[in-house]
Design a protein around this ligand. Sequence first.
Ligand code: RTP
Ligand code: MG
Length: 149
Amino acid sequence: MDRTFVMVKPDGVQRGLVGEIVSRFEAKGLKLVGAKLELLPEGRVVEQYREHLEKPFFPGLKAYIMSGPCFLMAWEGKGVVAVVRRMVGATNPAEAAPGSIRGNFALDIGRNVIHASDSPESAARELGIHFAAGELVDYSRIDEPVLYE
Ligand code: RTP
Ligand code: MG
């Protein structure tokens, strides 16, 4: 089954949005297969955002992500990478659709509450950066037979 990497950023943790965000993915039918609260070391932030290393916003992005604990998650489900990106909304919360997480809970592109992998390849790479194999859990959930055709 497909998996993706999702992270509530420090502003989302500080604002008490972890439960709301977890609830949305659970209610959608996705399965939580890994989770932890962590202060990210610089090396993993750089790895996570390596495509942005040369961008002018990178120093501010790194300081933001390292400013407090993040809540890291692995979610599983059919087409989960694209489904979660749609639920998260556009990068700039001012343009994110109402109803999406960024659309409902954020205002500023530099404080946009949540990260989600943007492709299955990124998801595999990012899960590998942040989770050891033993931290991801294989199990059945009782609602699976009614969630899928
Ligand atoms: P993310 O990786 O955090 O899920 O966000 P994303 O895919 O929607 O956007 P991406 O282009 O990967 O940008 C990564 C994060 O960098 C910050 N950013 N700031 N000031 C700016 O112009 C700017 N552009 C991007 C945002 O926090 C964005 O989520
Ligand atoms: Mg991105």
